[in-house]
Ligand binder design. Structure first.
Ligand code: 13P
Ligand code: SF4
Length: 310
């Protein structure tokens, strides 16, 4: 038995002993995706967290995702392999500055993308993900103005799609804004039959080339079900390609490199999680997500509103 198989056996044994469930996002390393009990985008992961009957949730994703699981499950132990697994979008909205922004726009409905801290969720009216942002925005009566945070690119895309005027927070994803437009054009020339599938966190100059724009699950479903071509240029974190290659036959998925060929198309936060850190988390039940109860209760309301509307 090689070393990795031994570690995975240990992980599975600990998981049973702890009555734990492993939830993982598509941007995790392939090995983590393969040991997960449930794999999904941020909407599906929040829905799975709400449903689980396990005592412990080992959340393989970034901090705001694990926090969301804790908001929904105050009586469960929620652990994350590496507490430093953050998100540039969540970091772009410090709660105090965010509070000032909402107070300056008292007549607005506040829609926050799920990529934000629990404290920011607690100051919001409704949460959305990339899978349901359009529906959530459209659920607000037309006469009511909307604040949309923290992703300005997702916000601009949804404003364009819905025709609604959204006042945007100035935040962005450090990964999706690094993709190179020149590389997309080069790949489109090299693979003329390929369809371009993009995540709405990408900048507008990149989204203009997309044949499909959607969440990670949306991209995966589109690529798996589309039979007009066998080639797909993937304009999001390349972690999704592991799942696509495992679950489809005869299709080619082409990742888009970052600016100047850097490896920055990989989310550095997601990639902090490892099998060894997962084992440690199950052994010690640390690092654990702990939330002040008043923040959790305030954050639950807009999150439940989203889940009801989804
Ligand atoms: P999804 O909800 O599409 O999985 O996106 C989460 C995310 O962080 C994308 O960068
Ligand atoms: Fe955050 Fe971007 Fe990483 Fe998604 S890819 S978790 S938005 S930093």
């Amino acid at each position: 038995m090689n070393e990795m198989n031994g570690q995975i056996e240990k992980l599975n044994r600990l998981k049973k002993e702890r009555n734990a469930v492993i939830l993982a996002h598509y941007y995790q390393d392939g090995t983590i995706q393969d040991v997960a009990d449930f794999l999904g985008d941020s909407l599906a992961l929040a829905q799975a967290a709400k449903k689980t009957s396990a005592d412990v949730i080992l959340f393989c994703g970034v901090h705001f995702m694990a926090e969301t699981a804790k908001i929904l499950n105050p009586n469960k132990t929620v652990i994350i392999p590496d507490m430093k697994a953050g998100c540039s979008l969540a970091d772009s909205a410090p709660p105090e500055k965010f509070r000032e922004w909402t107070l300056a726009h008292p007549d607005h409905t506040v829609i926050s993308y799920i990529n934000c801290s629990a404290a920011v969720k607690a100051l919001s009216d409704i949460i959305c993900t990339s899978a349901n942002a359009e529906k959530i925005v459209m659920s607000v009566p037309e006469a009511i103005p909307i604040l949309f945070a923290p992703d300005k690119y997702l916000g601009a895309h949804i404003a364009k799609k819905t025709g609604r005027k959204l006042t945007l927070w100035d935040g962005s994803c450090e990964v999706h804004e690094q993709f190179s437009e020149i590389e997309v054009i080069n790949l489109m020339n090299k693979y003329p039959d390929a369809l371009v599938l993009a995540h709405p966190e990408c900048t507008e100059n990149l989204l203009q080339y997309a044949d499909y724009i959607g969440s990670t699950t949306g991209i995966i479903n589109f690529a798996a079900n589309n039979n007009t071509t066998n080639e797909f240029i993937i304009l999001t974190e390349p972690g999704v390609i592991h799942h696509l290659e495992k679950n489809t036959k005869g299709k080619t998925f082409i990742p888009v490199p970052g600016l100047d060929g850097c490896a920055c198309n990989n989310c550095p936060h997601m990639k902090l999680n490892t099998i060894d850190k997962m084992i440690n988390a199950l052994e010690t039940l640390q690092p654990e997500i702990i939330l002040p109860e008043e923040i959790r209760i305030a954050a639950l309301k807009p999150l439940e509103r989203m889940l009801e509307l989804s």
